[in-house]
Design a protein around this ligand. Structure first.
Ligand SMILES: *[C@@H]1O[C@H](CO)[C@@H](O)[C@H](O)[C@H]1NC(C)=O
Length: 649
């Protein structure tokens, strides 16, 4: 408490001192920079005070990234965070490829907040402040020359106080194009946030990163030629439609990683280097827009069961943010990474080791970490030497698709049918036994054995594929496991069922009925949750097909149940039959008293057998159609993109 008070007192004293210092009659801050700063951009603050070399807390923002010859645009100097004030500045535009050449001309601001300087005998090509009072931003108008084509970078020196200033703060490059072509260039309003590259000697880059959200995103250019690109959904590099992507360029031992999202809504984009294509023990590069800039983080993933990407104990100085932007919600960053990074005793050697790429993006952030990759993630199929340019595809999803297809066939198909048969067809096809067994029983058993086998295989498949407990925050895995366990036990119970007239038979009937129906309901719920799994890449509208199936299934149940009720209530003429049905139903569900009816129940079909069989046929056709549709969606996932691909070919 007291310490706090004391330190804030000390801080105010320092601030007042700084304030006073900046008012001392020094030529430079008082009246703006003299023209001797034209080339070096160094203010002569008392001579010998060096510029700060920390990341500058100021940004140079331009109103557009492309401009025609002889056109004007706005150039702003703003604080990071916004509102941070500064005292003095000098700005000029420089040729990106020849940083000593000053380009273009400023218009004198009407409010007198800045004045023009004539550097290199050229009028008004630089601007400086007119008074050293605190300002939170400066807005300038710049006119591009008519005789220059190419990229310029605004270069600024900004002084917070007399002895605290940053030299050579660059803006993002602005491309000057022929006037007649500007119409085809959307005058992109420039970004809410743009981080300046870290200070230091500015090295002109050969390729121009144009961050535009059009189909001709230049990040895709030269994929597979000079850089290795990878993103999701799988195959999106070819169709230039990635939701998140990475591009790796290697020149000598310079490793550059570009990361970008494909649409608005992402809170981060990240690239993991992984030995096994699974989350855990991976070196991750994260680009995270925060507080008006894009931050770069390195993190290290923890695998099952406590999935996480932790930044603690991961060296943050092994990667540097070269460029970054957020334009229309699309995150872009370019990062240079050291060849060797040691993390918690593990060495990531980009030169000598091969890695899987793991691209991920999500909509949420946690404290000191990125959130779950709910937009998606994709590991590359095989580990690669990053320096070898190649076309990459995602790791195989065959097992995933098989799991889905098997489960759909089992739980939408054979289980539904098996349950209907056992519940409503015990008194149909009476007297036409197969190998001494009732028809309904033979078919019920066939259906359920199929369900059981498919479920067990699909369950094993998914554990082989994922290799561990699923990390997705989704009840699919837990519900599916419960369903599988019940399903697994169900036939074992049936195998040891008591004889039909044993006193334990009703108990068996109840539990068998309960187990079967419970598993069925759980399985449908589990399939609904599967639609939400990012890994499954299922379309949201698959929910409606599932709902339609549930409606059909429930309606068929209802119709058959109404028949049963009517029989039990004696609505049908034949008393004998009615009694039999009654007896049968009761004993089936464990009612005692009427076990005498048991013998008689199988003598003849329950009434309306023809109608019930017809309904069954219709139901079977429906179920088959549902199963075929759902299996196609699962196997061809992501089905919309699969169709688009087919259309384009
Ligand atoms: C900005 O000016 C400084 C001083 O002349 C120079 O060293 C640096 O390269 C310039 N930066 C850009 C982006 O032109």
């Amino acid at each position: 408490m007291f310490a706090h008070k004391r330190s804030s007192l000390a801080l105010s004293v320092v601030l007042i001192a700084v304030q006073m210092l900046s008012w001392t009659p020094t030529m430079s801050l008082r009246q703006g920079a003299p023209e001797t700063v034209c080339d070096t951009m160094l203010p002569f603050h008392g001579g010998g005070i060096p510029p700060r070399d920390s990341l500058p807390p100021f940004r140079i923002e331009t109103s557009s990234s492309v401009i025609g010859q002889g056109q004007t645009m706005r150039v702003d100097i703003v604080g990071v965070p916004p509102g941070l004030s500064f005292a003095g500045f000098v700005v000029q535009a420089r040729n990106r490829n020849s940083p000593h050449q000053i380009i273009g001309q400023f218009n004198p601001p009407s409010d007198g907040s800045a004045k023009l300087m004539n550097c290199e005998n050229s009028v008004g090509n630089s601007v400086t402040h007119t008074n050293p009072g605190p300002k939170q931003s400066v807005s300038l108008e710049w006119l591009s020359p008519v005789d220059f084509l190419g990229d310029v970078v605004f270069n600024a020196t900004v002084a917070q106080a007399y002895d605290s200033f940053w030299v050579g703060i660059p803006s993002d490059p602005v491309q000057i194009v022929r006037r007649d072509t500007t119409d085809t260039y959307p005058q992109t309003t420039r970004k809410p946030y743009v981080t300046p590259p870290p200070r230091g000697p500015y090295t002109p880059q050969t390729e121009v990163p144009q961050v535009r959200a059009t189909a001709e995103d230049p990040l895709y250019a030269d994929c597979g030629v000079s850089k290795t690109c990878f993103g999701f959904p799988d195959g999106c590099i070819a169709t230039k439609s990635c939701k998140a992507m990475s591009a790796i360029t290697v020149r000598g031992d310079v490793y550059e990683f570009e990361l970008k999202t494909g649409s608005d809504g992402a809170a981060y984009v990240a690239l993991g280097l992984s030995e096994d294509a699974k989350m855990g023990d991976d070196l991750v590069t994260e680009c995270v827009p925060q507080n008006g800039q894009v931050n770069l983080y390195s993190s290290y993933t923890a695998g099952a069961p406590n999935y996480a990407a932790n930044r603690a104990n991961v060296p943050q100085n092994k990667a540097r943010l070269l460029e970054s932007s957020v334009v229309d919600g699309i995150i872009y960053c370019k990062v240079q990474r050291d060849v060797v990074t040691q993390v918690q005793g593990k060495t990531f050697d980009l030169l000598n080791n091969n890695y899987h790429l793991l691209v991920a993006s999500g909509t949420g952030l946690k404290e000191n970490s990125v959130g779950y990759h709910d937009i998606g993630r994709l590991p590359s199929g095989s580990p690669i030497n990053l320096a070898v340019v190649q076309d990459l595809s995602g790791s195989s999803t065959l097992l995933l698709r098989l799991h889905g297809a098997f489960m759909v066939i089992a739980w939408i198909g054979t289980t539904s049918l098996g349950i209907i048969l056992a519940r409503y067809f015990k008194q149909t096809w009476v007297g036409k036994q197969i190998c001494g067994k009732d028809q309904w029983f033979v078919w019920h058993r066939a259906c359920m054995v199929t369900t059981w086998s498919l479920t067990v295989v699909a369950f094993i498949i998914i554990f082989v594929e994922i290799g561990e407990w699923s990390g997705e925050r989704n009840p699919h895995a837990i519900l599916g496991t419960i369903t599988t366990i019940i399903c697994f036990i169900q036939p074992i119970g049936a195998l040891f069922r008591p004889a039909p007239n044993s006193k334990n038979r009703p108990l068996f009937n109840w539990t068998h009925w309960l187990g079967g129906n419970l598993a069925h309901i759980l399985s449908i719920v589990t399939i609904f949750f599967a639609v939400k799994l990012t890994k499954a890449e299922l379309p949201e509208w698959m929910d409606w097909i599932l709902v339609a199936f549930v409606v059909v299934h429930v309606i068929v149940h209802l119709i058959y149940s109404i028949f049963l009720c009517m029989q039990i209530a004696g609505c049908f003429a034949d008393r004998q039959q009615t009694q039999n049905v009654n007896a049968f139903q009761m004993s089936d569900m464990g009612h005692h008293g009427m076990r005498n009816g048991h013998r008689m129940e199988r003598k003849m079909d329950a009434p309306y057998a023809g109608f019930r069989k017809g309904l069954l046929a219709a139901y079977i056709i429906c179920v088959v159609l549902f199963v075929v549709a759902l299996v196609l969606i699962v196997v061809l996932a992501p089905i919309e993109e699969t169709f688009n691909k087919l259309k384009n070919n």
